[in-house]
Ligand binder design. Structure first.
Ligand code: SAM
Length: 250
């Protein structure tokens, strides 16, 4: 049973498995979903979402991608290219920097928080990025179901919600079950890049991934081209140290 479940009825999915049974009732790694956007972000969302936000079928709530749905990146991006998936890009600092620096790579952002997508899109009005797409959905379910095994070059999980209180730590997205999910979508040799400013979460990530037979640690250096994100800045401002990790899919 995973650290991200509430222990009620979710069954672990195997490395090649699809949607875990009981996934609709599990504890989530997020609380906020909707919320108002500043008019500039709303305008950008209204104007650009038809082009950049993939309209996926949903089940059991607006953030849950229907488990039978399979996304074809060649159709979504209109070409065949290496694929990076960012889990929870927030306002998109790393996503936008990465997509600008690597025009030959496609970037799929899985984000539950629409105002974050609106903010990303507002930054793309002047600077369109044809290699970016969003799915507004819970990444835990979307990654487990919607992408083909071995189809992803890198997964990025930068500054995931830390859930620092002991009673909330089961809500952290990085856990054994999510590691199985990430392993499933990564190609052999592909990388899972993570960063956090919470020492306890860094220790937890190391514990989970060092014990996982599908991964090996290859770097604790800052990811190449990873910019200082808003959450990183906030952490650094109160004296937190930043941990970067890169694990290779074996
Ligand atoms: C603390 S913020 C970090 C944002 C960004 N990565 C950064 O470094 O600035 C975490 C983000 O993950 C998103 N998130 C949390 N759980 C998620 C899930 N299960 N699926 C998709 N996004 C999720 C939240 O909405 C939020 O935008």
């Amino acid at each position: 049973m995973s650290a991200v479940t509430d222990g009620s009825d979710r069954e672990a999915s195997g490395p090649e498995g699809g949607a875990p049974a009981g996934y609709l009732s599990r504890t989530r790694s997020f609380t906020r979903r909707g919320g108002r956007m500043p008019p500039r972000h709303q305008q950008a969302y209204d104007q650009l979402a038809p082009r950049y936000v993939i309209d996926v079928p949903r089940e059991g709530g607006s953030t849950t991608v229907a488990p039978a749905y399979c996304l074809d990146p060649a159709v979504a991006f209109g070409r065949v290219a290496p694929l990076v998936v960012e889990v929870g890009p927030g306002s998109g600092d790393a996503l936008i920097a990465g997509a600008r620096a690597r025009p030959d790579t496609d970037f799929l952002a899985l984000e539950v928080w629409r105002p974050g997508i609106g903010q990303c899109l507002s930054r793309m009005i002047e600077d369109p990025l044809p290699n970016v797409r969003f799915v507004e959905a819970d990444a835990e379910v979307a990654l487990a179901t919607m992408l083909m095994p071995g189809s992803v070059e890198e997964v990025w999980t930068y500054f995931p919600d830390p859930w620092p209180k002991r009673k909330q730590q089961h809500r952290r997205i990085v856990g054994p079950e999510f590691a199985d999910t990430v392993r499933r979508v990564l190609r052999v040799g592909g990388l899972w890049r993570l960063a956090t400013d919470i020492d306890g979460y860094a220790t937890h990530m190391r514990k989970v991934l060092d014990a996982h037979e599908g991964f090996e640690l290859v770097s604790t250096e800052r990811a190449p081209l990873r910019p200082v994100t808003r959450f990183e800045r906030k952490g650094a401002a109160v004296g937190r140290s930043i941990t970067d990790l890169a694990y290779r899919r074996l």
